[in-house]
Design a protein around this ligand. Structure first.
Ligand code: HEC
Ligand code: HEC
Length: 159
């Protein structure tokens, strides 16, 4: 291949990749605004930290589920309940060996299967970090409008 052709090709390739990978243009981002607005000196709009609501486990009702396969919401407080490599306080109440004595809802069978569906004697490590899916509650207004509507509660109820 002659030199000028190579250069032309290189320029063409550069132009194509620039068009493909360029950041969003002004037209595409128009109307999108960060919570802090475009004024970087504006005060932080983030709402203040709120404490989690809920009392000691055992003192409240479960929260109705709003769709099938929803990880049930945590109705009780979880302050000080450690989940780390050495200890998982949640398991000490909800795991198979303890739930009866602790009068706690039993962790579902799904949590004792691995990704391939193989049954395990203990909880699968992919389910170890409980609060990744199960969340405690806060008394706060939603940050943005949410039009989600629950399915009929009866259909969504857990076992
Ligand atoms: C001292 C025992 C205890 C500990 C520790 C505990 N729980 Fe609970 N949990 C309960 C009890 C009892 C309930 C039933 C509702 C109630 O009384 O608060 C419950 C309810 C729940 C529910 C709702 C279940 C359903 O079917 O609606 C979830 C989810 C849950 N806990 C997750 C957790 C997670 C995650 C942790 C750790 C951060 C945790 N729990 C720590 C005892 C405990
Ligand atoms: C990857 C997401 C995920 C993680 C991590 C997880 N769960 Fe769940 N959990 C779910 C979903 C989804 C359900 C509802 C469907 C089901 O039972 O599988 C559920 C159900 C439950 C239930 C109710 C079971 C029933 O039969 O009604 C309890 C109690 C529970 N989880 C406790 C825990 C605890 C304690 C941990 C941490 C050791 C944990 N989960 C980790 C997703 C998760």
């Amino acid at each position: 291949m002659k030199k000028p052709t190579t250069i032309t090709l290189a320029v063409l390739l550069a132009a194509i990749s620039a068009a493909l990978f360029s950041p969003l243009t002004g037209a595409e981002t128009a109307g999108v605004q960060s919570l802090r607005t475009e004024d970087v000196a504006a005060p932080d709009q983030a709402p203040e930290d709120k404490p989690y609501v809920g009392k000691t486990p055992g003192e409240q009702e479960k929260i109705a589920r709003t769709y099938e396969q929803q990880p049930p919401l945590i109705p009780h407080k979880i302050d000080g309940y450690r989940i780390d490599f050495k200890k998982n306080r949640c398991l000490e109440c909800h795991d198979r060996p303890f739930y009866k004595e602790e009068k706690s809802p039993k962790i579902g069978d799904s949590h004792y299967r691995d990704r391939e569906g193989k049954k395990l004697k203990h909880i699968w490590m992919g389910r170890y970090d409980c609060t990744q899916c199960h969340v405690p509650q806060v008394d706060a207004k939603p940050l943005v409008e949410n039009t989600f509507r629950s399915v009929p509660v009866k259909a969504a109820k857990g076992k």
